[in-house]
Design a protein around this ligand. Structure first.
Ligand code: ADP
Length: 860
């Protein structure tokens, strides 16, 4: 910051505010009708906002009109900036320095305004600490919805998926201790985390004592209004209160007061959900397609929600599908009821489309951001509640039960309709919030204004007659108040007692003693009536907030109904089935389809771009029998689509959604891993092969026999021999020498690997069928048992449009290579003609000492 400018009292006030803020926070300083930035803030603000940089005396200044500030703030936050708003606390009086104070600090993770938030996504800030035993403690808070969690991690691989699912907008770290977090080799992964964090998110460093657990516990207890955190499963002395307390401190600083909407701190358990690491999320295109858009992702297919809270709930279901069979069944059964009641579902869709974002509205009202229109949004939502409850009671017993848990808001509804006007202003100062007849005092004050208007109109007629000026008018504007306007042509008829107020091009404006007196009376009645309205408005808000807990609970149920109703609609439209869920070690799918590709192909067909329709396929894999499905076939045949479709079906099933299949039995999985493609990592300077091997290492080190692994073309990033050898060894490792292992789908164009079926008893070969016709291949997209005999690379190249000359030459080269015996003949395993099951088992025992390479897990 430039040297202090202390020439005026106003600038002293500015510097006092500026010096109370960290240097990374822009200060917007209210000066009359503008929010001004000075010095470096002005330079940076002007650059981000694309506004003019001016000078005041000799220092830089840039400002935005106060009424348009809402348009500018989102841009600053999107640029990762924090913005402190310094308001005028009193009405300015000439010659007196107006009092000012910082009313709020807006940051990407703690803002509450709708136009600064993505309504369909959570908006978390995450605080992280690591103790000397290398355990990681994290807490994350979405201030806009009051979702507040904490968790402890021994292993970075458990933290990564959570971090990625939560997608925090800001990160808080302890300033000093984070510098000395362990850096040794065994902690390479922790270091990787923090490199990634610093790369992608604004990181705020707080003094270490803000992460002190005892201090944090006190902050949390005070905020939640409880004496102990035992009820939240957080015992005294837990280190989790360190980062959670830091978050409360940060929110309090930014709101300039304790957050009032937070009701609970929940302990997150990774063991209850399917953790999906960031690369698997990307590979399976769960939240975004490979091109980075929402369109083409699994989320876009599963999202039929009408409400913002519903969309956020869906996202949280999808980022942490559950392993709890009871919870999956509960969701499935509700979807089933809705699925069986299409008419009620459609009616509910219409009602839900009028339901507003109650959790975020409550967050604003509770934290003193009060806009009258929030009340009409609550009113509009309440109007939907009874009709929705009625529909729910007609759908089935589970839906009826959910409906019965929504409180009765008829009192609140009646109260609001008697209190509020039909059209509410966006600002309290505009008035017109309270309905006529609600408050006698307000009616009286409004009556005074009304009487005065009649008086003014009489005065106008009287003056026209008295002066003979026919077009004499009495008018009002904000700057000059009431005045008498006379056009220039009648100026000579203006009586001497008129006092000139303002000269216009075509007219003169006057006042009189009589008019002045009335003006004072009118304006004071208006001020009084506005003050009365504000007081009543605050009383109404307090009354609404008495229902906050019930409203929050209702919002949660409505969000669930919204998600489940959407799934029911999707399932009817696309003929999904309700999967049966168990603790078995098997996944069996009949006529499974890829949820996204299926819809894209249909859309393309409608647009006549293509004629292919999606070909369903069966799947059977089991940890203890057919553990590894090795899928071979030419490029473009449909291998990736097939293996991804299985992962997506399992994922959908474990959120409680129905799945694109005819019949489906799912034994719940604890984690889904995938290694598919790595192109997007290139931009971070990692080679494709390194990324591939990193991801593979993560899978091999962290999978359990309850996991599902999807591997696509492992080893492709290096030379054929290397790649093939690595792929070979990876498959053997996953199989191991024990009785079971992670269910694995392995797609490869190295058809040589199919030989492994001879040595690994739980490996089954599959191939994607192709038809050959006149030296061309036709994809039929069917998966069948057996190994592909060759890769058809040249035929696929022809399909891709390679010139005929190149194709012909390639064929010649291939046949030469084959005849010279140079084709890749693999002899990495044994070469038995036909092995018995027992002989195969012995071979694998020999390789891995009869051990499985994976933890055995039981959920129950
Ligand atoms: P591979 O992994 O074998 O190279 P992909 O799985 O990428 O092949 O599939 C190539 C294309 O084939 C996909 O983009 C998709 O449009 C189409 N496809 C794949 N599977 C099917 C299917 N079962 N039915 C219809 N089209 C499919």
């Amino acid at each position: 910051m430039a040297s202090k400018e202390k020439s005026t009292p106003m600038m002293e006030q500015y510097w006092e505010a500026r010096n109370s803020l960290p240097s990374d926070t822009l200060l917007m300083f209210r000066l009359g009708d503008f929010y001004e930035m000075f010095y470096n803030d002005a330079v940076e603000g002007a650059r981000i906002l694309g506004i003019t940089l001016t000078k005041r005396q000799d220092y830089p200044m840039a400002g935005v009109p106060y009424h348009a500030v809402d348009q500018y703030l989102p841009k600053l936050l999107a640029a990762g900036k924090k913005v402190a708003i310094c308001e005028q606390d009193e009405i300015p009086k000439p010659g007196k320095l107006v009092k000012r104070s910082i009313s709020r600090i807006l940051t990407p993770g703690t803002t509450l305004e709708d136009n600064q938030l993505d309504s369909r996504r959570g908006n978390f800030t995450m605080a992280i600490d690591i103790d000397k035993d290398r355990r990681l403690f994290a807490a994350w808070l979405d201030l806009s919805t009051a979702e507040f969690y904490c968790a402890e991690f021994d292993n970075p691989h458990d933290f990564f998926p959570l971090f990625s699912a939560c997608d925090p907008k800001e990160i808080l770290l302890p300033e000093n201790s984070s510098q000395s977090w362990p850096q040794d080799n065994s902690l390479a992964s922790w270091n990787a985390i923090f490199r990634t964090l610093a790369d992608v998110r604004p990181v705020t460093l707080l003094h270490d004592y803000r992460f002190e657990p005892v201090w944090g516990a006190a902050q949390i207890k005070e905020t939640l209004g409880v004496l102990s955190l035992d009820g939240f499963g957080i015992p005294q002395g837990s280190r989790l209160t360190g980062p959670a307390g830091a978050l409360i401190f940060y929110a309090t600083e930014n709101l300039r007061g304790r957050p009032r909407n937070i009701r609970a701190l929940r302990k997150f358990s990774g063991k209850k959900c399917v953790l999906i690491d960031p690369s698997t999320q990307r590979n399976l295109e769960i939240f975004k397609s490979s091109s980075g858009d929402r369109e083409g992702s699994l989320l876009s297919v599963m999202d039929r929600t009408e409400t913002a809270a519903g969309a956020r709930l869906l996202e949280s279901y999808l980022s942490a599908p559950t392993v709890e069979i009871d919870e999956i069944s509960r969701r499935q059964n509700i979807v089933w009821e809705l699925f069986s009641s299409p008419n009620e579902c459609e009616t509910m869709r219409e009602y839900l489309s009028h339901v507003r974002d109650i959790p975020r509205i409550l967050a604003r009202l509770q934290n003193k951001l009060r806009n009258p229109r929030e009340l009409s949004a609550i009113q509009a939502t309440l109007e939907q509640i009874e009709p929705i409850k009625k529909q729910l009671s007609e759908v089935g017993s589970l839906c009826a039960e959910m409906g019965s848990r929504i409180a009765d808001f008829s009192d609140l509804q009646d109260f609001l309709s008697s209190a509020l006007s039909d059209e509410l202003p966006s600002k309290i100062q505009d008035g017109g919030i309270i309905a006529d007849g609600f408050d006698a005092e307000l009616d009286r004050l409004r009556g005074l204004s009304g009487d005065s208007l009649a008086w003014l109109s009489e005065l106008e007629t009287k003056e026209q007659q008295r002066t003979g000026i026919k077009n004499l008018r009495i008018k009002y504007n904000g700057a000059f108040g009431y005045f008498i306007e006379v056009t220039k042509s009648y100026i000579n008829m203006v009586p001497p007692e008129y006092i000139r107020k303002q000269t216009m091009t075509n007219a003169e404006r006057y006042t009189t003693e009589e008019l002045r007196a009335k003006e004072r009376e009118i304006l004071s009645a208006r001020d009084l009536s506005l003050a009365r309205e504000e007081q009543l408005f605050n009383e109404i808000v307090s009354r609404v907030l008495k229902y906050a807990d019930k409203l929050d609970d209702a919002a949660e149920i409505l969000a669930q109904i919204d998600v489940f109703r959407g799934w029911a609609e999707l399932s009817r439209e696309w003929d999904y089935c309700k999967p049966s869920i168990s603790d078995s070690d098997t996944i069996a799918i009949e006529d499974g389809r890829h949820p996204v590709v299926e819809q894209m192909l249909r859309r393309d067909r409608i647009g006549l771009a293509r004629t292919e329709s999606f070909v369903p396929n069966d799947t059977y894999i089991s940890s203890s029998s057919e553990q590894i499905a090795l899928i071979t076939g030419p490029n473009m045949a449909g291998k990736s689509t097939y293996i991804r479709q299985i992962a997506l079906i399992v994922l959908m099933a474990q959120t409680g959604c129905f799945v694109p299949a005819k019949k489906c039995d799912i034994g719940v999985v604890d984690r889904i891993f995938s290694r598919v493609g790595a192109s997007d990592e290139l931009s971070r300077g990692n080679s494709t092969f390194m990324v591939e091997m990193n991801e593979t290492a993560n899978i091999l080190n962290n999978a359990t026999d309850k996991s599902l692994i999807i591997l696509d073309e492992i080893g492709r990033g290096t030379s054929t021999y290397d790649g093939l050898s690595i792929a070979w060894a990876v498959v053997e490792f996953i199989h191991g020498g024990g009785k079971r292992g992670p269910k694995t789908l392995f797609a490869t164009h190295y058809h040589e690997i199919t030989k492994l079926e001879e040595t690994l008893p739980r490996l089954v070969n599959y191939r994607v069928c192709v038809k050959e016709w006149n030296d061309e291949i036709i994809f039929v997209r069917k998966i069948e048992k057996g190994a592909a005999d060759r890769s058809y690379g040249i035929q696929v190249a022809r399909l891709a449009g390679l010139p005929q000359k190149v194709i012909d030459r390639a064929k010649t080269v291939l046949s030469e290579l084959e005849s010279e015996g140079n084709s890749i003949v693999v002899n990495l395993g044994d070469k038995p003609a036909k092995k018995t099951k027992r002989a195969k088992a012995e071979k694998t025992k020999e390789l891995y000492d009869g051990e499985s390479n994976f933890k055995q897990l039981s959920f129950f």
